[in-house]
Design a binder for this molecule. Structure first.
Ligand SMILES: Nc1ncnc2c1ncn2[C@@H]1O[C@H](COP(=O)(O)OP(=O)(O)O)[C@@H](O)[C@H]1O
Ligand SMILES: [Mg+2]
Length: 378
């Protein structure tokens, strides 16, 4: 694409720290809703964090509080050492790319992008705007008026407008949701490159795990107004804090089946199904005979023809085999287990329906969870 953008207004990157952040929406005549229930996040200067979670979990509310578009019920928001939670939005020095942000209808896209920069007499504004618009593939939109734009085009304009302001902190709420698949991949890559070049401390809200995994230095996985886990994509995938995180991150989705803990040489062997066998784990903190919930990622399981496996493993029968391009997916039944166990298999291997197999997994990849709370057992 184009040359590196001149950093005429380069800022030093700033940290963003949320402490015990709470938002309760109180509305007359209706029950109040606590949408955000005490969020703590320490985001490093220049870091890109994805807030990932299902619809209604409080992502937008969190972003709006940081931006100053929503009052804070309690808690603190700091940029660097500066407490901003009580400042008006315009004084926070935050760029927001919210879809709901209105563009000025009488102005062209170009003039919309230039508007704030010219008001602040930013040097090199024209060059900055044309460079960013080129990189977001918006050249053909620049002379149009907002009313003539599709939702995907409006979204790119909103993103460009947030970027040209060159803020120390950038907040983006579902910035790519209306783009078609190929444009989304390209704009996503360009967004990441621009973020790196400029060093904005950035939060991107998304419910799409591919988007989160590809963009983020760290993920904050949210559910029910609470951050369930904050870590690098690898940490979240390899070491999920609870059943929610394990189920939300990972494709194909993690298998979740009931099991019984059996102690063996100080560690838990988990018995699964009726007479199907067991899997070794590295868990030590569970009592003999305890009911547990077992999480097994399809990528972490192996299938072998019955009888050729070593000790351990679960006897299973292939119910359904899908040969995809880069791998296969074998859905297998285990005696006494309702759920089919999905196993990802190497591309060069084939399995037949009704074939008798053994399912194995490395001990450290067999996750156990408390069946009542969903918390990880270690
Ligand atoms: N202005 C509001 N008044 C009352 N409840 C709201 C308001 N905005 C959001 N909520 C509620 O707060 C919760 C979180 O919403 P939101 O932050 O938009 O979630 P997300 O962006 O993760 O989908 C939801 O239950 C939603 O219905
Ligand atoms: Mg939202």
């Amino acid at each position: 694409m184009s040359a590196t953008i001149e950093k005429t207004t380069q800022q030093t990157a700033q940290s963003l720290t949320l402490r015990d952040l709470v938002k309760t929406y109180a509305s007359r005549g209706r029950e109040s809703v606590t949408a955000v229930k005490g969020i703590n996040l320490a985001i490093e200067p220049g870091e890109l964090v994805a807030l990932l979670g299902p619809s209604g979990c409080g992502k937008t509310t969190t972003l709006r509080m940081i931006a100053g578009l929503e009052t804070v019920t309690s808690g603190s928001i700091k940029i660097g050492d500066r407490e901003i939670s009580q400042l008006p939005a315009a004084k926070r020095g935050i760029g927001v790319g919210f879809e709901s942000y209105a563009l000025y209808p009488p102005l062209s896209v170009r003039d919309n992008l230039l508007y704030g920069l010219k008001a602040r007499k930013v040097k090199g504004a024209e060059k900055m705007v044309s460079s960013i618009s080129e990189r977001l593939e918006m050249d053909d939109l620049m002379d149009l008026r907002p009313a003539g734009l599709s939702s995907g085009q409006k979204q790119r304009v909103a993103l460009a407008r947030a970027l040209v302001r060159n803020p120390p902190v950038l907040l983006l709420d579902e910035p790519l949701s209306h783009l078609d698949a190929s444009a989304r991949n390209r704009v996503r890559r360009e967004l990441k490159v621009l973020q790196r070049e400029f060093g904005y401390t950035t939060i991107v809200v998304t419910h799409d795990q591919v988007e989160a995994l590809s963009l983020a230095d760290r993920l904050a996985v949210m559910d029910g107004g609470v951050v369930q886990q904050f870590g690098t994509p690898d940490e979240v995938f390899d070491d999920p804090a609870n059943l929610f995180v394990a189920g939300f991150v990972g494709e194909p989705q993690i298998n979740v089946v009931p099991g019984i803990a059996r102690l063996h040489e100080g560690r838990v062997r988990v018995e699964i199904g009726s007479g199907a066998g067991y899997l070794d784990t590295v868990v030590t903190g569970v009592a003999e005979g305890a009911r547990v919930t077992v999480g097994l990622r399809p990528q972490d399981c192996s299938l072998t023809a019955r009888g050729t496996g070593g000790p351990g493993g679960l006897a299973a029968t292939v119910a359904y085999f899908e040969h995809l391009l880069e791998f296969g997916l074998a859905t297998s039944t285990v005696a006494g287990i309702e759920e089919g166990l999905v196993v990802q298999t190497p591309a060069e291997e084939d399995f037949d329906t009704e074939q008798e197999v053994t399912v194995t997994a490395a001990a450290e990849r067999v996750y156990l969870f408390d069946p009542d709370t969903g918390e990880r057992l270690r």
